[in-house]
Design a protein around this ligand. Sequence first.
Ligand code: NDP
Length: 322
Amino acid sequence: MSGTILVTGGTGLVGKGIQYIIENEPEGSRFGKKAGAKWVFLGSKDGDLRDFEATKAIFEKHQPTEVIHLAALVGGLFSNMKYKSTFLRDNLLINDNILELSHRFKCKKVVSCLSTCVFPDKVEYPLTEEKVHLGPPHGSNFGYAHGKRLVDVQNHAYNDQYGDMFTSVIPTNIFGEHDNYDLSDSHVIPGLVHKCILAKKNNTPFIVSGTGKPLRQFVYSRDLAKLMIWTLYEYNEIDPIILSTGEDEEISIKDVADAIVKAVGFEGDYQFDTSKADGQYRKPASNAKLQRLTGGFKFTPFQEALQQSVTWFMENYDSART
Ligand code: NDP
């Protein structure tokens, strides 16, 4: 792998994680850069990937040999519910442009990023890779989920018709440095971290929405980055692979909030607002395939990963996405 690896969405949470690993792991190591390889990290300023001609210009400029495709219109529950057509169409356009141009430019491999939202709403748990298409996704993120599901459909179609090696990964809830720390439309960890920091600063109570009982699986962006690099180097199936901590490592929202309180050093009043909806109690995903194929990946302990993310956010408060 000594060509050019193009990372779309290279300025986001996962892209910055991959950049960190590529710059910090020893060259030639399992997750490190290969000798002679050039990694290019793209943001939306480099071109709008919804636009075919703009995307083609990027491929002409960089002549990629492999692609890690992360760019997507990503949002919280509120925007997913309100802008279903935009979430569907923007993601369809981005994904179609990337896959078709990767095919035309004869890229040797493409790894795209799905999400556990793609799974059917009514499904037998734990989630496993072969259940993606077994029923409609939850109505709240219907546009985003269908857009992502079609990546797997396209991967199979390009492979069946042309032999292209296009595959995908399915991460659970990601957190880490460079996350979106917006207070109203972010994912659970960055939203609570930001709230807790403000509560500490303003000497006000730290209020967590819901009972704190639901369980979730989280993956630290720098662990996910290593696993995506592993996917690029070593995973050779078209079918997706779930990249996550194990089912036995589910964490309750209360445990998450406790860990945030500790990481932030918050000593004020801390409560749960049980008048707010909890969402689904749990939606466990199996990482058995991942652990079998990697030979057992060691994830960063949750409190340590959270502490690193919180420290990063406090140090970069003025420039972070809020
Ligand atoms: P971010 O929102 O942090 O980053 C999105 C990236 O996509 C940014 O680099 C952004 O560029 C780029 N981008 C968005 N729209 C366009 C466009 N029209 N043209 C070019 N670039 C564009 O996303 P994450 O890092 O969180 O997510 C990465 C992938 O992981 C996505 O595919 C997402 O669906 C998936 N995922 C994320 C989860 C999570 O918990 N965050 C969970 C499961 C899956 P710019 O910075 O310039 O705006």
